[in-house]
Ligand binder design. Structure first.
Ligand code: MG
Length: 256
C-alpha cells in the first residue's frame, strides 16, 4: 500500500532529507582526482552521524544467498558502473571520471534518499551532456508530480525526455515510495505510459531517480553481487531526490 504521511511524519521526512542533502554536499566538496570512494563513504557517514542520522544503506540486505549485506554508507558508482557500487579504498577517482553517489539518511524513524553524479576534474563534453540530461529528466518528471495526476505521467515524462535526447533509461531499476522504509510502494519506473498507474495524493513521499546510459541499456552485475554495470561499458548517470506531493507544486525535500 502507498502510505500518506501526516504533517508530523512529513516534518520528520524533511529532517532526514535535509541531512541526506548535507551529506551529498560534503561528498561533493571532497571529490577530486586521487580520492577513493571509501574516503567519500566515510565523509558521508560522518556528516550523517554528526546530524543524528545513520546511513540507511549500510547493512541493507541483499536478499541473495551468498551475497553479504551492503557494506557501504553510500553507493559510489564510477563511469560505466550504473548503481550500487561498493565503496573501496582501491576505487580511486581519476581526472575525467564521473561518479554517481546515492545515499540515504535515516533519522527518527524516517528515510531521506538522493543521488547525484559528480564530475572529477575536467570531464568530456560527452559526459557533461549525459549528466545534464539525467538531471533535467528528473525535473521533467516532477512537472507531473501533482495531486490528481497519475504515476505514469511522471514515468512517461522522464522516459520520453531521455529518449528524445538520444539516451536510454535503465528498466530493471526504478524509483520508489519512501518513508519509514527506504523502499515503499509504489515502484516508479523511468519509462511508461501517461495516464496509467495510481493517482497522486498530497502526503505521498516519492524517490524519483532517472538512471540513464549513453548507449545500450543492457546491464550486467559485478562479481560482488551488488554493482550494476553497462554491458557495453558506456557511461551512465543517476539523479535522484525525495519529493513530497502537495496540494500544489511538489516539494523537493532533498534540495531544501
Ligand atoms: Mg537512492
Amino acid at each position: 500500500m502507498v502510505y500518506i504521511k501526516s504533517k508530523h511524519e512529513i516534518d520528520k521526512m524533511k529532517e532526514a532529507c535535509r541531512i541526506a542533502n548535507l551529506a551529498q554536499k560534503a561528498v561533493e566538496r571532497a571529490i577530486r582526482p586521487g580520492i577513493s570512494t571509501l574516503e567519500l563513504d566515510k565523509i558521508a557517514e560522518a556528516t550523517m552521524r554528526e546530524n543524528g542520522a545513520i546511513p540507511a544503506e549500510k547493512g541493507y540486505p541483499s536478499g541473495m544467498k551468498g551475497v553479504p549485506d551492503f557494506p557501504g554508507s553510500i553507493c559510489a558508482s564510477i563511469n560505466d558502473n550504473i548503481i550500487h557500487g561498493i565503496p573501496s579504498k582501491h576505487a580511486i577517482l581519476l581526472e575525467g571520471d564521473i561518479i554517481s553517489v546515492d545515499l540515504v539518511a535515516y533519522k527518527d524513524g524516517f528515510n531521506g534518499d538522493c543521488a547525484r553524479t559528480y564530475f572529477v576534474g575536467n570531464v568530456s563534453d560527452r559526459a557533461k551532456r549525459l549528466v545534464d540530461v539525467t538531471k533535467q529528466a528528473f525535473f521533467e518528471g516532477i512537472k507531473y508530480a501533482k495531486k490528481g495526476n497519475r504515476l505514469g505521467d511522471i514515468s512517461h515524462a522522464i522516459g520520453s525526455f531521455v529518449e528524445k535526447n538520444g539516451y536510454n533509461v535503465i528498466k530493471e531499476f526504478e524509483g520508489h515510495g519512501i518513508g519509514r522504509q527506504m523502499h515503499e510502494e509504489p515502484g516508479i519506473p523511468n519509462y511508461g505510459k501517461a495516464g496509467r498507474g495510481i493517482r497522486l495524493e498530497p502526503g505521498m513521499t516519492l524517490a524519483i531517480e532517472p538512471m540513464v546510459v549513453e548507449k545500450s541499456p543492457e546491464i550486467c552485475q559485478g562479481d560482488d553481487g551488488w554493482s550494476i554495470w553497462t554491458l557495453d561499458e558506456g557511461l551512465s548517470a543517476h539523479y535522484e531526490n525525495t519529493i513530497l506531493i502537495t496540494e500544489k507544486e511538489p516539494e523537493i525535500l532533498t534540495l531544501l
